[in-house]
Design a protein around this ligand. Structure first.
Ligand code: LM2
Ligand code: CA
Length: 511
């Protein structure tokens, strides 16, 4: 395969940008190329694994801190129609009191009563989502209980002390780890596997997950959620639960329970995501982190082959995301505050054949601890998306950002559902612009560069006129973005700096 552009260094890229300021780069179709993978080797099309087949609806969305009532409405009105396959909820169990978002990560009991809603509301949400074709995955906090040194009362009225949860867990029954490291029993060294799994994460009382009593209780909690219709679980802090303990719990859950373990990949750490792959799927944190580095480093095109290398989880085990509620607060990954570049990363995530994507949707904040807007009694106010959403909107603190409804992101969910499992069949690149083309069903062109690209991009899409679903939805054959013409295997495109364009067979322009 011919390569038309040498690997561009930061300096030469800037020189090109300077030369072409305000100019339009025009590139011919001869530029078909294998895009270098992160390691620098060329990736041949066959190396990128297939995504789910067309119509499989494999895109998830994390509706962070959305109430059960609001999720129910969203499933019916938007998630189902847009083609989302599943929604990840915040933890549903009773939690400590406080206005911060992270109270949800300090369980007091396993009653399904929280400031996000009641057990009845939770069940009604699942029914509404299922009716809309959307599965429900709940965040399961099962590594620990509270991090409170003082006794307290939880959201639903259950009393507790740090190591005593009446009727559930107690020190007397041997339900907690006390690792004996340092004065506080806190994890201090992530290179020590024993500490990571037996000491406390931020003072959070660490469950002795190897005991039969604790496993029985956790199985009962998760089975109860399954009985309400939940389809699967994100296992919070899975890295801190020995893989064999988690495997023992999961083995006792009803058949078909979907599991995705949260195991943050850390360099030099002995506990790895791969150790949890036999239990179910695993969140691949490296994907979003690497994309972020490439975008911030001005080399988006290097991200085209992400996942094809051997340093990530196998594609069929990996769930990928640009950001989640933790990384957006640490600014470790791109987030809504990054505007156009954040959209580009999401477009790439939804186009790639590696793993299964999770779109993130939260609320605006400047204080990392700030919880969602709450009513007088502390109940979270139902989310409502602003009339206009998107990267250009200046969100005020507390306002729902509704990334999952941004035109480009929602358009790409539809693109993925239409294109499905077709292998990436040919690729094109120029400078920091590149294409991912999937068989005869869809084409995406991303321009990470600072100049507009006008180009003839090879594609196996049939001749015709297509809507650009990144720019806006196609409404009954009428484009709000585009149209873009394909003739004789060539798509004639113009892509502004830091934007993308996507065409697919399901969104033809009207005749
Ligand atoms: C996770 N995954 O492994 C969650 O994704 C992450 O959001 C959780 O941390 C963490 N693990 C525990 O479930 C969050 C938040 C922390 C917060 C904890 C517990 O990022 O800041 O810790 O939840 O609510 C807070 C305080 C911390 C304090 C701790 C215990 O920030 O200073 O530690 O509570 O009181 C003394
Ligand atoms: Ca633990």
């Amino acid at each position: 395969m011919q390569r038309c552009t040498a690997r561009i260094t930061r300096r030469s890229r800037n020189a090109v940008v300077a030369l072409l300021t305000a100019a339009v780069v025009t590139v011919g179709a001869a530029c078909t190329t294998g895009v270098p993978a992160p390691g620098g080797t060329s990736t041949s099309p066959g190396q990128v694994p297939a995504a789910a087949p067309a119509g499989a609806r494999d895109v998830g969305v994390q509706l962070f801190q959305w109430t059960w009532d609001a999720i129910a409405t969203e499933c019916t009105d938007h998630l189902g129609p847009a083609g989302y396959g599943w929604v990840l909820t915040s933890p549903p169990q009773e939690h400590v009191l406080g206005s911060q978002w992270w109270t949800a990560y300090q369980p007091v009991s396993y009653r399904i009563e929280s400031r996000l809603g009641t057990r009845a509301q939770f069940g009604a949400m699942i029914a509404a989502c299922h009716a809309a074709g959307v599965d429900v995955v709940a965040d399961a906090v099962i590594n620990h209980m509270t991090g409170k040194d003082a006794p307290g009362t939880g959201w639903a009225g259950s009393t507790y002390t740090h190591y005593d949860y009446p009727g559930i867990w107690s020190d007397a029954a041997g339900d907690f780890h006390h690792c004996g490291v340092g004065p506080s029993d806190d994890i201090s060294n992530y290179r020590d596997a024993y500490q990571v799994q037996n000491c406390e994460l931020s003072n959070l009382a660490d469950l002795a997950t190897g005991t039969k009593h604790v496993q029985d209780g956790l199985v009962a909690y998760l089975t109860d959620l399954r009985s309400l219709g939940v389809d699967g679980f994100r296992i919070d802090a899975a890295k801190h639960i020995p893989a064999e303990d988690l495997a023992a719990v999961v083995a006792r859950l009803p058949a078909g329970t979907r599991i995705v373990s949260e195991v943050i990949r850390g360099s030099g750490e002995p506990i790895t995501p791969e150790q949890y792959a036999a239990i179910g799927d695993v969140l691949e944190f490296a994907w979003g982190k690497d994309v972020t580095g490439m975008v911030r480093g001005g080399s988006l095109r290097l991200a085209a082959g992400l996942g094809a290398g051997s340093t990530y989880l196998p594609s069929d085990k990996a769930w990928i995301f640009v950001e989640n509620h933790d990384t957006e607060r640490g600014r470790a990954t791109l987030g809504y505050k990054d505007g156009a570049d954040y959209v580009l990363a999401n477009v790439l995530m939804l186009a790639t054949g590696y793993g299964r994507p999770i779109v993130y949707s939260g609320y605006a904040f400047s204080d990392r601890d700030a919880g969602p807007v709450q009513g007088a009694a502390g109940k979270v106010v139902d989310a409502a998306c602003p009339a206009a959403v998107g990267p250009q909107v200046a969100y005020t603190d507390g306002e729902w950002v509704c990334q999952h409804r941004w035109a480009a992101i929602e358009g790409m969910v539809g693109w993925r559902d239409a294109v499905g499992g077709d292998l990436v069949s040919d690729r094109w690149q120029h400078g920091d612009a590149f294409a991912l083309s999937r068989g005869a069903r869809g084409l995406v062109v991303l321009n990470g560069g600072d100049v507009e690209v006008a180009a003839q991009v090879p594609t196996t899409l049939s001749d015709g006129s297509y809507c650009d679903v990144v720019a806006g939805p196609a409404v009954e054959g009428r484009c709000t973005g585009g149209p873009v013409t394909v003739r004789g295997g060539i798509a004639d495109v113009r892509v502004a700096p830091h934007t993308a364009l996507a065409l697919h067979v399901g969104a033809p322009a009207g005749v």
